[in-house]
Design a protein around this ligand. Sequence first.
Ligand code: DP6
Length: 326
Amino acid sequence: MRAKARAYTNIALIKYWGKRDETLFLPTNNSLSMTLDRFYTETSVDFDATLNQDQFFLDGHQVDHQEMKKISTFLTKVRSFTGEGRFARVDSVNHVPIAAGFASSASGFAALAAAAMKATGTDFSKRELSQIARQGSGSASRSIYGGFVEWQKGVEDDGSDCYAVPILDQDAWDLRILSIEVTHEVKKVLSREGMKRTVETSPFFEGWLQAAAADLMEAKQAISDRDFTLLGETLERNALRMHATTLGANPPFMYWQSSTVKVMEAIQALRMEGLEAYFTIDAGPNVKVVCQPEDEQQLLSALNKLAVVKHIYACRIGPGVTYLDV
Ligand code: DP6
């Protein structure tokens, strides 16, 4: 049976940074994200009894051995969850700038999880889908839902209480996200490797865990009150705290480039002038800026004047997983 799904990327306002179990993708802290409406992955999965191994085509090309192994390991998790016995052909098309901090793994594994689960023909809940997607890439657990989403770390060793939950609908609060590209370069330390090194070696990691828990409470309060200033201050602070842990790792590493810092400085300067916007950065040099609709145009024109800015993608809050006709 064949099935096709689309999933959008998400941007974390409170970051997921650190795992307590690497095989099951169990995080050390709760995280909170907004799903975006602009970057997405469409994936079709066909379980086929004539195949003697899994096949994966990304943007029409067969991927290398290492990438294939990741997908096959993930499909094996889907097979053991559902009892599906056949191998699959997977076709994935990415509408995301890959590996530059635009979170393609989130939309990628969310779309793959949804299409694969549907293609097995079994019944499953969104909660189960979030748990499955999580085991491809942690942040994918959040892309199952649209709007504002919290991924709960849970306490159980088997991950049974570790999944994402929607906390505010896509249309309930109109915020804008400017995704600012300062480089096309592929990141040097992948997030998986970066968070592992941080957990194992950074003396700041303990502080991060405490800070992330407090930041999460504030962010949830801000969302429930629609308090943009509180949300903005919290998300910017949380991003800086996450990046601070990488400086304490051994060997230390840093995702920012000088162009990243230029954009951060520009946002802070604009804020001093009364234009309210806040930045966040994932495991790469590009910057995302969160603002209110009335400030979007002014912000766009100010940021487009910066020499370091290559491209700005203006995003809104997006939907959760959708299924497409095959
Ligand atoms: C900095 O979900 O890509 O973007 O679970 O190892 O696949 P794995 O990591 P991934 O990490 C995302 C880290 C982050 C913060 C976030 O999205 O919460």
